[in-house]
Write a protein that binds this ligand. Structure first.
Ligand code: CA
Ligand code: CA
Length: 140
């Protein structure tokens, strides 16, 4: 299974992350880093991800997002997209969207406080929807 790994880092010690890395994996195997062109296309994704405030101090990689889609029907359009916010090997929290009738629209958005501001609200759902929308534009 393929997934995108996103790592944010606060290398300057400013209290907010300013560095982003995107890596592609398949079955836990590192495939490659995102190319310059892909990083450009992932700009909106990156801005939203930084708002989630899930980052490392310095050059750590413990905190990261693993994001992947599932297409059990095999028709090429995903029935669900999942977001696993990791702390090392542990999943600290999750979010997911589901397309129940496989019409390309995700009816179900499951998430908690993905942006870590202490409230689980509509803004969190908006952030998940935005991350999913941008994630699905990636050409593997
Ligand atoms: Ca649907
Ligand atoms: Ca929140």
């Amino acid at each position: 299974m393929r997934y995108l790994k996103v790592i944010a880092q606060d290398r300057s010690g400013s209290g907010t992350a300013e560095t982003l890395r995107f890596e592609f994996y398949e079955d836990e195997q590192f495939l490659r880093e995102a190319t310059a062109a892909e990083i450009l296309r992932l700009r909106t994704f990156g801005i939203t991800y930084l708002k989630c405030a899930w980052f490392n101090i310095g050059e750590g990689e413990e905190r990261h997002l693993r994001m992947f889609s599932l297409n059990p029907s095999g028709d090429g359009t995903p029935e669900s997209v999942r977001l696993h916010f990791h702390e090392g090997p542990i999943i600290a929290y999750k979010a997911a969207v589901h397309d129940l009738d496989n019409d390309g629209t995700f009816e179900i958005v499951l998430c908690s406080d993905v942006d870590n501001d202490g409230r689980a609200d509509r803004t969190d759902r908006t952030r998940v929807n935005s991350l999913v929308r941008e994630f699905l534009k990636i050409e593997w």
